[in-house]
Design a protein around this ligand. Structure first.
Ligand SMILES: Cc1ncc(COP(=O)(O)O)c(C=O)c1O
Length: 369
């Protein structure tokens, strides 16, 4: 069976982890954490990078950095991993769920603009919901499946309305849009190093910050808001969100082969794309260079194709269940006309892309069709 998304170890991981143990650097203070932040800064050209214990923590801090408070709204796509919505709730705010576009599977910007024109009011540079009077403080644009969403257009619309933009680039490390790294276009960007990502630290997250004042404030919050010195003094309610050195060392060793990983993922994508050419595939937008992290398409008979793929040795999966169908988010306000997010869930097929299974090229799949 070709596993769906297993981590791939390229060679130096064992030595990197052994070195941490040999030197005693296994916790959050450690040279690899600093090195990883530097390496990601260089790779993405983000002015600041904060290494954290998960992408979810990074999303939470990003929203705090945008000033999201209890009672605010944050607009997010209906089609995303639930962590995007949970981070909003951690701030005491409420998500508004925007449907995704049938062509790209990314937040539908046209629908968003229409909704804003009808439901938004601008006051003193901020945007408020006409009906409830609550502030629509921020938005999270997700680069779904590692494919770049149009963050330039999104951020421009949000800026016009006084709404902050966070890019959830959890699966999009290495993806580019108009030669800019995904995650560097909004005020904040978030990358996950969870086990199924293109590179992993076992777990872990990276917060990309455009503004260094944001970086130092959020770094402080991520360390339990502890003040310097030995007196155990804290000046705010902080979080234990720091990355540990083992995670950073593992991620650094994996990062050495990021370009190679993207090359293999691209070949996997091309292989599937020509094999399942009758499927309905999400479009890659112009001037985008995806990392091809996850490969998925829509087939009207999901169940039948699932069975065939499984018999042929492919560990296929469904995609994210839309947030409006999840227990904690079923009463959220929605912006939609047709609920394409539901169609992706009911008819989408996420194909296995574990790099280690494709080292000898794309397998023959003649048993499936
Ligand atoms: C779109 C999206 N956002 C956020 C996350 C959360 O990242 P983490 O698992 O590192 O907390 C994920 C994780 O897969 C994700 O896919």
């Amino acid at each position: 069976m070709i596993p769906h998304s297993e981590p791939y170890f390229s060679g130096n991981e064992f030595a990197a982890l052994s070195h941490c143990i040999d030197t005693g650097w296994v916790s959050s203070a450690g040279p690899a954490v600093v090195e990883l932040s530097k390496a990601i800064k260089e790779l993405t050209q983000s002015p600041g990078v904060l290494a954290l214990n998960s992408g979810t923590s990074a999303l939470h801090l990003a929203l705090i950095g945008c000033g999201v408070q209890a009672g605010d709204y944050v607009v997010i796509p209906d089609f995303t991993f639930i962590a995007t919505a949970n981070a909003v709730k951690y701030c005491g705010a409420e998500p508004i769920l925007l449907d995704v576009h049938p062509q790209t599977w990314q937040s539908d910007i046209g629908l968003w603009i229409e909704w804003l024109n009808e439901n938004g009011v601008k006051k003193e540079g901020k945007c408020f919901h006409k009906k409830t009077g609550r502030c629509i403080r921020a938005s999270i644009l997700v680069h779904a499946l590692g494919n770049p969403a149009d963050a330039f257009k999104w951020a421009a619309v949000c800026k016009e309305w006084g709404i902050e933009t966070v890019e959830d680039a959890a699966g999009a490390l290495g993806s580019m849009l108009q030669n800019k790294a995904c995650g560097t276009i909004g005020r904040f960007g978030v990358i996950s190093l969870n086990g199924n990502k293109i590179i992993t630290g076992g777990s872990g997250g990276l917060l990309l910050c455009r503004d260094l004042n944001d970086l130092s404030y959020l770094h402080h919050l991520s360390t339990q808001a502890r003040l310097e010195g030995d007196l155990y003094e804290h000046d705010a309610v902080g979080y234990n969100y720091r990355m540990n050195n083992l995670t950073a060392a593992l991620a650094l060793a994996q990062l050495e082969t990021l370009n190679y990983r993207i090359e293999i993922k691209k070949k996997i994508y091309q292989g599937y794309r020509s094999y399942f050419s009758q499927g309905i595939w999400p479009e890659i937008i112009p001037s985008a260079q995806p990392n091809y992290w996850m490969v998925a398409f829509i087939n009207p008979d999901q169940e039948e194709l699932f069975q065939k793929c499984k018999s042929a040795g492919l560990e296929v999966r469904t995609l994210w269940k839309p947030l409006h169908l999840q227990v904690p988010y079923q009463n959220c306000e929605r912006i939609n006309k047709i609920s394409f997010a539901e169609r992706i869930w009911k008819q989408g097929i996420s194909l296995p892309t574990s790099i280690g299974s494709f080292m000898d090229g794309f397998p023959s799949l003649s048993a499936i069709i």
